[in-house]
Every structure is written in C-alpha cells, then in structure tokens.
Write a protein of this length. Structure first.
Length: 155
C-alpha cells in the first residue's frame, strides 16, 4: 500500500496525507523549508537561455519560445515575491497503536516547490509531494519494523 491521495492544489505548512500499511499508520506532512533563498539565486539555470554553455539552456529554440519561457519564469519570480509559493519539506512518520516509531526528519526531503504557478490551469502543482512521500515510505516502514523487532527482542 502507498499514499494514494494527492496533497491539495494549494498547500500550507502542516498539511498531511495518511495511509495504512500492515497495521502501521503512515503520515506524510509538509513543513516550510527554512532556506528562504530566492529561486533565481537557489537554482542554477532558473532563467531560460539559448546559450548551450548556460545552465538555463532550453535547447535550440526560437527567440519567441525563449521569450515565452522567460515570461513564465518572471511570473514565477513575481509569485515568489508576493509570497504565493514556498519551498517545503516532506516528512514521513510511521505509527503503531498511536506510538511514533520513526525519528523526526529521518525520512524527509527538502527544497520542493509548493504551490508553484502552473503553466496550465487545472493541473495540481503539488502532486509531486505524494510521489516523494511514496519514495520515502519503504525506508520509513523498514525502520519502524526494525524498531518493533528490537523492542520485542528486549522484552
């Protein structure tokens, strides 16, 4: 079993999704990433370019395509400056009988764009969070099962 439900189309700090696997309750929660570096300073190649030696190289495209790509990234920057989107971390925790079995932040990934302005209306800009949570889930479950096995041996 995996996380089947996506995060909402607009997310905030503390939003979470849940699933149950083999009697374990698994929770993926979003947290603000405390690195507040602007995206154009944080990401090499943020601004599109037609220069093959530039990190933002978009391939052999027309100047019209470059202008369209540049306008979209300008919109992304404007949205950042208006505080409409943020970088988040996804943290997966595993519980059994209400007891947390995983260490905080042990199964987390940071620096993921949340509420990123989509190019097309109707597309959930936060669907990737569920993919990340599902990637983290097997290791989090393995850790929880190992903790229970260790506790049972010591009993």
């Amino acid at each position: 079993m995996t996380f089947e439900k996506d995060f909402a189309g607009y997310v905030s700090q503390g939003d979470s999704i849940r699933c149950e696997v083999d009697g374990f309750v698994c929770v993926a929660t979003l947290h603000y990433d405390d690195d507040t570096t602007p995206p154009d300073k944080r990401q090499d190649g943020f601004w599109p370019s037609l220069d093959p030696n530039d990190a933002g190289y978009i391939g052999p495209k027309s100047k019209r395509t470059l202008a369209r790509e540049h306008a979209h990234m300008a919109h992304v920057m404007d949205s950042w400056l208006r505080d409409e989107w943020h970088y988040y971390g996804v943290d997966v925790q595993v519980y059994r009988e209400g007891v947390r079995l995983t260490d905080k932040w042990a199964f987390a990934l940071w620096g993921i764009e949340g509420n990123w302005p989509p190019r097309r209306k109707g597309k959930n800009p936060n669907a990737y969070f569920r993919d990340v949570a599902n990637d983290l889930l097997p290791d989090a479950l393995a850790s929880a099962k190992a903790k229970i096995a260790k506790l049972c041996v010591g009993a």
